[in-house]
Design a protein around this ligand. Structure first.
Ligand code: GTR
Length: 380
């Protein structure tokens, strides 16, 4: 075995890790849910905004507009109504828009609960004509289970190579000064902003229940779903599929993708201030278990895959597990275990769900099955 492998095997176990992690309850630790909600939660959120994801310059813009541009009441052989909605907005540097695809189950009682997928893969994965189908977004299955299947493509909010922040939400709202503020939002926060605007649309329509929406993303989309769930408390459920570094994985484990590497490969995903922690994860004022805690008392699901070492499955599990004290403040059970389950043995009983699927970095039917089962409990 190489020395590198030995090091990985002796990474901190959960007990020692707890001592190394910032206290999930904040400083001083919140003693009850009121203290958490009024003081430590806002402080924790602020630390993530300032040092990691950046600050969104605007919430819901005054001129946000929804326009149904396509409608088919007999989509999916009559099982669903398809509505494609153009969500448009303007700001100091112009205007922009993105398309929200929604399939509303015709048989379900209205307003219906649903899943909002932040799509970061090719558009074929979210084909509204359904000529192309992929496990990444099993819209027919979601509908058959009584849920709205909704999605948008992240690039319509900000392209994945928006290095100069010159398109989408960044073009419209950013200051465009010669020096970009260190806490200016990155593209992950820009996509999360789009998820919140989709939720604004759900609030405006009578067939979708805005209070019963699960926001879900895979990988970079999973990082984004977690940030959306943390910043927008209207999301009833947040699902992180293989989100890895600066998603669910504990940064201090320094396992798989690390802060320096992600900042180098994707300098536009997070805010400039995040670079201060390159090779210095232990200096971060927060760690990712606190991102999950920000979602409490709402439901959250974290999923890993056995062949996805780059995303550090154990670190993803531990972040979910170490959010527990905040759920307990609300009298709720989070994951309620410090023991990582065997592959394909989902933990679905509390307000925090987890599984590690056999296989590679991907969003599959197996993953969706667990999310739909979890949604049956938390969204219906
Ligand atoms: C990788 C990146 C990961 C993950 C992944 C993805 O290249 O290192 O953080 O986000 O891309 O989005 O598929």
């Amino acid at each position: 075995m190489s020395p590198f492998k030995i090091l990985l095997c002796t990474l901190p176990l959960s007990n020692t890790l707890a001592q190394e992690l910032p206290n999930v309850l904040g400083t001083p630790p919140a003693k009850n849910k009121e203290e958490w909600t009024q003081t430590q939660r806002p402080e924790t959120l602020e630390l993530f905004k300032k040092h990691v994801y950046g600050r969104a310059p605007i919430g819901n813009p005054k001129d946000l507009n929804f326009k149904v541009i396509e409608e088919d009441p007999k989509a999916m052989d009559g099982a669903a109504t398809l509505k494609i909605v153009e969500i448009s907005y303007s700001g100091p540097s112009g205007k922009s828009a993105f398309k929200l695809i929604t399939f509303i189950p015709n048989k379900a009682k209205k307003p219906a609960p649903g899943y909002l997928l932040i799509c970061n893969r090719d558009r074929e994965n979210i084909d509204p004509t359904r000529n192309q189908k992929d496990d990444f977004w099993p819209a027919e299955t979601i509908v058959s289970r009584g849920f709205v299947a909704a999605t948008f493509h992240n690039s319509e909010l900000s392209t994945d190579k928006n290095l100069n922040f010159d398109n989408g939400v960044h073009k419209v709202f950013d200051q465009h000064t010669s020096e970009r503020p260190g806490d200016a939002w990155g593209t992950i926060a820009g996509w999360a902003w789009g998820a919140s605007r989709a939720l604004d649309y759900f609030e405006s329509t009578s067939d979708i229940d805005a209070l019963k929406i699960g926001v879900i993303g895979h990988s970079r989309g999973g990082k984004c779903a977690l940030w959306a769930g943390a910043t927008d408390q209207r999301f009833a459920l947040t699902i992180s599929n293989n989100s890895g570094c600066t998603g669910a994985a504990i940064a201090r484990r320094k396992h798989g993708e690390r802060v320096a590497r992600i900042n180098k490969s994707f300098p536009h995903w997070f805010c400039g201030n995040y670079n201060a922690f390159n090779e210095k994860e232990e200096d971060l004022p927060i760690d990712q278990h606190q991102l999950i805690a920000l979602i409490a008392p709402r439901a959250v699901y974290v999923a890993s895959a056995t062949k996805d070492d780059w995303a550090d499955p154990k670190g993803e599990f531990l972040a979910a597990a170490h959010a527990e004290p905040v759920y307990n403040l609300f009298g709720l059970k989070g994951l309620a275990t410090m023991e990582m389950p065997a592959p394909d043995r989902p933990i679905l009983s509390g307000h925090v769900g987890y599984h590690i699927r056999s296989g590679k970095h991907d969003l599959t039917d197996y993953d969706w099955d667990q999310y739909l089962n979890f949604g049956d409990k938390h969204l219906k």
